[in-house]
Write a protein that binds this ligand. Sequence first.
Ligand code: MCN
Length: 796
Amino acid sequence: MTAHTGIGASLPRKEDLRFLLGRGNYVADIQRPNMAHGVFVRATHAHARITAIDTTAALAMPGVLAVLTGEDLKADGVGGLPCAWPVSGKGGTATKEPPHPPLAQGKVRYVGDAVAFVVAQSLAQARQAADAVVVDYDALPAVVGVLDALRPGAPAVFDDIPDNVCVDWEIGDRAATDAAFKKAAHVARLSLVNNRLVGNPMEPRAAIGDYDRSRGQHTLYTTSQFPHIVKLLMGNFVLNIPQHKLRVVSPDVGGGFGVKQFHYAEEAVVTWAARRLDRPVKWVCERSEGFVSDAHGRDHVSEAEMALDENGRFLGLRVSTVANMGAYLSTFGPNIPTNLYGPLLAGVYTTPAIHCEVKCVFTNTVPVDAYRGAGRPEATFLLERLVDVCAAELGLDRAEIRRRNMIPLDAYPYQTPVMMEYDSGDPGGCLAKALASADWAGFAARKRESAARGKLRGIGLSTYIEACGLAPSRIAIRLGVRGGLFESAAVRVHPTGQVTVLMGTHNHGQGHETTFAQVLSHRLGVPADQVEIVFGDTDKVQFGLGTYGSRSLAVGGSALVKAADKVIAKGKKIAAHMLEASDADIEFSAGVFAVVGTDRRKTLAEVALSAYFPVNYPLETLEPGLEEQAFYDPVNFTFPCGAHVAELEIDPETGVVTLLNYVAVDDVGTVINPMIVDGQIVGGIVQGIGQALYEDCAYDPESGQLLSGSFLDYCMPRADHVPPIRVQTHITPCTHNPLGAKGCGELGTIGSPATVINAVVDALAHLGVNHVDMPASPQRIWRIVAESGGAAAALR
Ligand code: MCN
């Protein structure tokens, strides 16, 4: 009856009608009675002592209600923003977590650091007054690059951390890896940079603090991917608000891509200001303000070495990475280049020995945290670039060296030397499909044809594996997270059989209102249009941990199945009573409870009506009502994997890269909605193309000023940059969750940067090029071509 709206149906996204009709409800749309408006005064120096803040002129301006500073925060006992996931370094050393006040106290440590908050009757008045706040700075030397921050004598971001090292972390077996290198027939080496990125979701961040003095009740409306965690962190660590007096609402959110999953200073400041002023206070981030206040992503410098035997088999991998934390630890900061990076370095290969060390380093830049993929694109980029270097140095075909080292199908479940146990996957199958689909074999002819037109053609491939579905509590706790990472769902069957589902995850573009309705439709036999998905309000939804790490379906969806199964179990008892049968004789299928082998049956709606109006109901043994809640703690991560191929042309005269074709073959386990999965993968690939070819968050190394602080300088990929992308799946179901589903939300950003750069390097390989750092901008490529004798020579 409901197969068409259940698992596997490409249902159009239910939520889109609301957005297309302009009925979305974003934080900026929310108006509260008597609401005031706030503007932040932000640091113009990357590193400076604040010698004075003169607020007199600003306070005298029309409409101004308050100018709040770090000293006011201190006087009110407001705490610092906590890092929720510190990691344990070499020998068990602790992560250094310096205080992170929501408004700077004493010093500013990056351009954009919040110094004061001006609140006025109108936004225009607040803006004008913010300009009138006079901050006197005593400028200090700044440090921007991670390698610079490690140099002896480098400016210290914090006086009590003179070497700027936040944590020095390692994973793997150093001795076994050293031994592998000793017996190697060949060692391939590569130094590489993973460029710093700015997330730039379409909707900038926003927050409204609201305070009801009569009840001592705070409400924060915020653009968050995880309202319950903001409630916990802000209430408990920063503002000391009891949890029952704090509500966090995260309504429609226009994209997050990771950067809306942190607890930000602005959230605490508006909540605190609303209480001080006893009126709602709204802040909406400007686009250029977002460049200096949204957490940034990536920013690694690495050395990588692969030891190989004489047949091109990987014996050992050694990685040393320095990762930028920025000026303070963001919510998950140190976890990203460590726990989400090192354990993925085995990729889809059987490399028996791996050792990776990572130094997380403070600099005078915006804090760095998760950005779509978070650690896993960095691992894949390093490994898959290095594999290409191995192939080139050994004269092996790039697909062949991968096949030789790939985890065979019969080796699953596969334990890697870096913690992970992959439950399922067929990377060889993905690779074969991708090569066939991209006509890898026919490339030489296409290359000749391009050369005849004066273009350098390249083809690149990459495999990848990702751990998503954060996270099994047993592993998360071992890795230092302060608590488990289950997810929750509640299923409320109304007396008439329609259903409201309360999800602990948050939908901000992923299509949850559609796919979770499909999951429930499949399990309970209720048409998807009779299911409403509620999320994002801590007063409505039971505790939940939100959306990141492509976890919503694998973890939240599994909680939903669990809750639905509880509904079915209770429904069987009710139906048994109604049908005068034993529970054990009741079967449930497609929304109907039936006595096995008979035509006696009750629909879910009939059972639900009886549950709320218990006339023919086992009241002595069963509570009324039909609503169940479940918490699901996964036993393992899920491991999507795949193979991508990109083909492109380079114009040697200008250095411009034009992508011609992109093929992706991905294993996301059971697919709930093929159209949504396609969209997620394509979106991710485009983001990865952005990193590979266009996006670069550049700072001036001396002054610490952000050079690419607007879309004039920071090049986001546009539709005309993107080639036709062919997405195919190659499914092996996840073995440990009830849906068999793996994540799909990030894999595009994980597979594509290496794929694209491998193709760029292939196009330039005849010039002796073995690596190009991202972004492979026209300037960077033009320079390579010019240094190797110019366009004409490159084409010879
Ligand atoms: N899905 C499916 N079948 C599968 C896997 C997933 O139908 N086998 C569906 C899911 O039901 C869900 C969507 O695909 O509707 C993505 O699911 P999942 O992989 O579980 O990822 P999450 O929903 O947890 O989303 C998080 C992930 C991350 S971490 C980032 S960052 C990201 C992303 O998804 N940010 C996004 N995709 C984004 N898409 C949009 N439009 N905007 C963002 O900010």
